[in-house]
Design a protein around this ligand. Structure first.
Ligand SMILES: CSCCC(=O)C(=O)COP(=O)(O)O
Ligand SMILES: [Zn+2]
Length: 206
């Protein structure tokens, strides 16, 4: 069972909970089972103690294929569905709510957050010597379908350059071709957020 994606998702959730990124049931995680379906955390579950009964299998449209009794998929399953539909090599998606991600939403301009020109960006697939890269920032809506529509429209007009997006006043979503890549992408984005918050506090232009 150790290769069951649910085991890896539960371990990732414990790790992110310990870092303060998934407190109070915040966030959701998913992993593709195959091209037709993905496992996603059930809605409203505490992320420090997930087990196999806390995951729902949904099809590529986000419709339930298999759910433990009393469980329904994350309320934000539509956001995962949009990423899997547009990003062919995304197999794992992590959505977390960190303090720094939410602070950085305030630094965005016209729906984009300029990331600091750090060597670390190479880990997000940006090899440029002096990178000028923006993270897309979407408005938060109570109606998650509306966020999904806006992400869908943005990804239809241009494929995301880096493996993540920010939702203002909400949290960050990062993805990768496997568990390790998704975790690295999330960690690198969170590093950028911490850097930006501290640079702002020190009045350093980035
Ligand atoms: C307390 S977090 C509010 C909902 C949210 O943004 C989230 O990430 C968790 O929602 P889910 O339905 O996946 O539990
Ligand atoms: Zn959320």
């Amino acid at each position: 069972m150790h290769d069951d994606p649910r085991t890896h998702l539960a371990a990732a959730a414990r790790d992110f909970y310990a870092r303060g990124w998934m407190l109070g049931t915040a966030g959701n995680l998913s992993a593709r089972r195959d091209t037709d379906a993905f496992w996603i955390t059930a809605s409203g579950r505490p992320k420090d103690r997930l087990d196999a009964g806390d995951f729902v299998l949904v099809d590529r449209c986000g419709q339930v294929v298999q759910a433990p009794p009393g469980r329904r998929p994350s309320a934000e399953v539509a956001l995962h569905e949009v990423v899997y539909r547009h990003v062919a090599d995304a197999r794992v998606i992590f959505h977390v709510h960190s303090v720094e991600a939410n602070l950085c939403g305030h630094f965005a301009q016209q729906g984009r957050l300029r990331l600091p020109a750090l060597e670390m960006l190479k880990g997000l697939g940006v090899p440029d010597a002096e990178p000028r890269v923006d993270l897309p920032v979407f408005a938060n809506h109570v109606n998650v379908a509306r966020i999904a529509e806006e992400m869908d429209a943005a990804f239809t007009s241009a494929q995301p350059r880096i493996p993540g997006v920010l939702i203002h006043h909400h949290g960050v979503t990062a993805w990768g071709s496997d568990f390790l890549a998704a975790r690295h992408h999330l960690e690198l984005l969170e590093y950028c957020f911490r850097y930006l918050v501290q640079a702002k506090a020190l009045a350093i232009g980035v």
